[in-house]
Design a protein around this ligand. Structure first.
Ligand code: BDR
Ligand code: CA
Length: 347
């Protein structure tokens, strides 16, 4: 219904870009963040809980319930991404510990409670390995009756990051991702193909870092930790020093936050309903999301091979300026007209 806020629940592994996503979800007027659940991924689950509580407090959302979830994937061992997100999982920014604690129920219980209690169907936004989501769907399948859509950051149509073909969130727990695809509710896959393109220009990152408003400043510091190109290609000297000297401000990737932008403004994302399956095979294809883009079935199907594949709204293109403007206007309520062109995300 026009004008009503969209009830959302985020499952995350905060995480520099998960933090960017939380900041946006808290501040966008069209979203009602009902709960946040935590899972091991970028760092250990207790670090994720700590980082999540810290970000919500800094964003002025200290009342949003947070619950601790799975400590490790369903089958695989824990394989963190600390080399990307820092030892503390959130860019080693040295933020003070949160004053609040998580709720006294586990993530699956909180997910079930908040989804079924919502007066309107919930949009579930996983920005992490899908372990909690798989456990929820297997333990309480009744939750699907009040889920509008699952918009998950994960997978890739083309190139991976954890491996040449697999994206980290799916690769970290491929079995859980396969369970997600059987959820039986509409699913949007916000994969690397769009995830890696939504980048905030360095000048805007610098403006955010200079903000006197804590949430906007935190967004700037997080973006400065996320050079838009793979960290291996960005010499440490290119990451702006504390004085943010002009000219050496690298662009910053919004990462997971783009998936939340896609919920707030779906017109900025181009998707196509396609069959998707997750490779559970050990070896080089493990965790690959196999997106079937052929115009017609092939010999495998003709000769009776191939498994039942889930139909997923796969993101194939994204209006980058639209989402960058949307993010900056939402988190910082300002955006420099000069550096980010393109249609207004709120059209
Ligand atoms: C995903 O990996 C994590 O490091 C990020 O937080 C994001 O969710 C991208 O592959
Ligand atoms: Ca994440």
């Amino acid at each position: 219904m026009a004008g009503q806020r969209i009830p959302v629940v985020i499952d995350c592994d905060t995480g520099v870009d998960d933090a960017l996503a939380l900041l946006f979800a808290v501040r966008h007027p069209g979203l009602e963040l009902r709960a946040v659940t935590c899972v091991a991924g970028n760092t250990d689950v207790d670090g994720v809980v700590r980082n999540t509580l810290t970000v919500l407090e800094r964003a002025g959302a200290g009342d949003v319930p947070v619950a601790r979830g799975a400590e490790r994937p369903l089958v695989e061992a824990v394989r963190s991404a600390r080399h990307v997100h820092g030892a503390d999982g959130m860019g080693d920014l040295g933020l003070p510990a949160p004053t609040r604690r998580p709720v006294d129920v586990d993530a699956v219980t909180l997910l079930r409670r908040e989804i079924l209690a919502s007066p309107r169907p919930v949009t579930l936004i996983p920005t992490a390995p899908l372990t909690n989501i798989a456990l929820l769907l297997r333990t309480h399948p009744e939750v699907t009756r009040n889920i509008e859509r699952i918009v998950f950051m994960g997978g890739a149509v083309a190139t991976g990051n954890a491996t040449p073909v697999a994206e980290f969130n799916v690769w970290h727990d491929p079995e859980a991702a396969a369970v997600l695809l059987t959820a039986g509710v509409p699913i949007t896959m916000y994969g690397l193909d769009v995830f890696q393109r939504v980048v905030v220009p360095g000048a805007e990152v610098r403006r955010l870092r200079a903000s006197t408003e804590p949430g906007a400043r935190l967004a700037g510091d997080l973006l400065a930790h996320r050079p838009a190109v793979p960290s291996s290609a960005v010499p440490s000297s290119a990451v702006p020093s504390s004085d943010g000297a002009a000219g050496d401000d690298p662009d910053g990737g919004l990462g997971d936050a783009g998936a939340v932008c896609a919920v707030a403004d779906p017109a900025g994302l181009t998707t196509r309903l396609l069959p998707v399956e997750v490779s559970l095979a050990p070896g080089p294809t493990g965790g690959q999301t196999i997106v079937a883009r052929r115009a017609r079935p092939g010999e495998a199907e003709i000769h009776g091979g191939g498994r039942e594949r889930a139909m997923v709204d796969v993101a194939l293109d994204v209006d980058v300026p639209r989402y960058v403007r949307l993010y900056l206007r939402t988190v910082a309520e300002t955006v420099a007209e000069t550096t980010v062109e393109g249609p207004d995300g709120n059209d």
